[in-house]
Ligand binder design. Structure first.
Ligand code: NAD
Length: 440
């Protein structure tokens, strides 16, 4: 099939590449010329395991190409995927300007039947708006052309995006016309050969499904975080509680890890957008207000623990930080807890040396050359001259450290662990002070 993917970010680039991998011809459009240059020169603008090799393979096979030309991109694919960003607006609702601009471009240049597919996470009613702007553009040109609008929300996880796209748990297709449903089923058939995991539903339900999924996962995290804070007060151990409740198959272990707050480009903005939608429809989602508030507070928890240990005035103190990305296996730092920790430490007068296996370039882009933040080339090198180690991202390489080496390298033997990576008694045996989340 001939496919255009609009937007070459985490979702667009992964979707386009995986669709090409199955033999489709894919043209990816982005208005960011720097991204397209990088791609045309054989690089990729993001870190995602397995993606670079797959992009190169498909480009070499002639199935995948990149452009900044709107006209070419509209002419190319019968299927037009919209995978542009939907950042939060000032009031928390999803800003649809990129989605609607992409739709408008399609209406402005199309000359034959198109299936326009919303892959971006968009509020209920967006497909109607997409349909309307395309119709407006066609009317302005004085032409009538057939097109379908489909909602096909994406459930991939950054850090495992390629694997998730190739082997999806489910494919949600919100569509009302048979022609589009048939094409979408055909497109996804190779990804779900052994089990038909396509769930066809009406468009509005599909749009809401994506928000419901992210809100449910965020709820589990905030629930565990608040329980961890309570366990801390009660002298109980949240890790034991986690195992105790996760063993119940009705609960399960996924997304049950307490920590220093969730971040990333999706959970914070999607929870906010759903709250906003609920407000607009006078149908409150009180649970989600609490989820959001709990998470905002949780991102400050490590700072509270540091303050409790050293006081408010950290001038002259220096901290080592392990992890900048909002989660492992990605360089994405959007809404990452590390940003709250770094800025909080700065505010109290401290300086930071950070180490992250892949997100240091992104961090330099965000913080510039601020002298209060330095970078180390290895975890252990970050500890030199530091008064404590603060762990914010659960990268695998942090899981089994040499505690003797950590103790020797730090100025003071203290660890603040925002991801509960270690067993407290084990760390303390090495003569280190250890502060974690909800652990005795
Ligand atoms: P992103 O910011 O990484 O990428 C968006 C890209 O779209 C950018 O490169 C931007 O330049 C480009 N763009 C914007 N307007 C354009 C236009 N009119 N024409 C062409 N290109 C345009 O975003 P992302 O993380 O890939 O997310 C995209 C959407 O997918 C969002 O709605 C997000 O909520 C959703 N989503 C994201 C994830 C994730 O893990 N990142 C997972 C599922 C769903």
């Amino acid at each position: 099939m001939k496919i255009t993917v609009i937007g070459t970010g985490y979702v667009g680039l992964v979707s386009g590449t995986c669709l090409a991998e199955m033999g489709n011809e894919v043209l990816c459009l982005d208005l960011d010329a720097a991204k397209i240059d990088t791609l045309n020169q054989g690089g990729i603008p993001i870190h995602e395991p397995g993606l670079l090799e797959m992009v190169r393979r498909n480009v070499a096979a002639g199935r995948l190409s990149f452009t900044t030309s709107i006209e070419d991109s509209v002419a190319f694919g019968q299927l037009q995927f919209i995978a542009v960003g939907t950042p939060p607006d000032e009031d928390g609702s999803a800003d649809l300007k990129y989605v609607l601009a992409a739709a408008r471009n399609i209406g402005r240049h199309m000359t034959d039947y198109k299936v326009v597919i919303d892959k971006s996470t968009v509020p209920v009613g967006t497909a109607d708006k997409v349909r309307a702007v395309i119709l407006e553009e066609l009317a302005a040109r004085g032409v009538e052309l057939p097109y379908s609008v489909v909602s096909n929300p994406e459930f991939l996880k950054e850090g495992a995006a390629v694997e998730d796209f190739l082997r999806p748990d489910r494919v949600v297709i919100g569509a009302e016309d048979e022609r589009a449903i048939r094409l979408m089923r055909e497109l996804y058939a190779p990804f779900i050969r052994n089990h038909d995991r396509v769930i066809v539903m009406d468009v509005r339900s599909a749009e809401l499904t994506k928000y419901a999924a992210n809100a449910m996962l965020a709820t589990r995290i905030s629930f565990m975080n608040e329980l961890a804070n309570l366990a801390d007060k009660l002298g109980a151990d949240i890790e034991q509680i986690r195992v105790g409740i996760g063993s119940d198959p009705r609960i399960g272990f996924h997304f049950l890890y307490p920590g220093c707050g969730y971040g990333g480009s999706c959970f914070p903005k999607d929870v906010q957008a759903l709250i906003r939608t609920a407000e607009e429809n006078s149908s409150p989602v009180r649970v989600l207000n609490a989820v959001e508030q709990a998470n905002d507070e949780q991102k400050h928890l490590l700072l509270h623990k540091i303050r409790a240990r050293y006081g408010d005035d950290l001038r002259g103190m220096h901290f080592a930080l392990w992890g900048l990305a909002f989660k492992p296996n990605t360089d994405d730092m959007r809404a990452a807890s590390s940003r709250v920790v770094i800025e909080g430490l700065w505010q109290m007068g401290a300086t930071v040396t950070a180490y992250d296996p892949v997100a240091m370039t992104e961090s330099r882009r965000i913080f510039g050359d601020d002298p209060r933040l330095r970078y180390a080339t290895a975890p252990i090198a970050a500890l030199a001259e530091a008064d404590a180690l603060v762990i914010v991202t659960e990268w695998k390489e942090f899981r089994v450290p040499n505690f003797e080496q950590i103790k020797a390298a730090l100025r003071q033997p203290v660890i603040f662990d925002g991801r509960n990576l270690y067993t407290p008694s084990q760390v303390r045996e090495h003569g280190l002070e250890y502060f974690a989340i909800g652990r005795r």
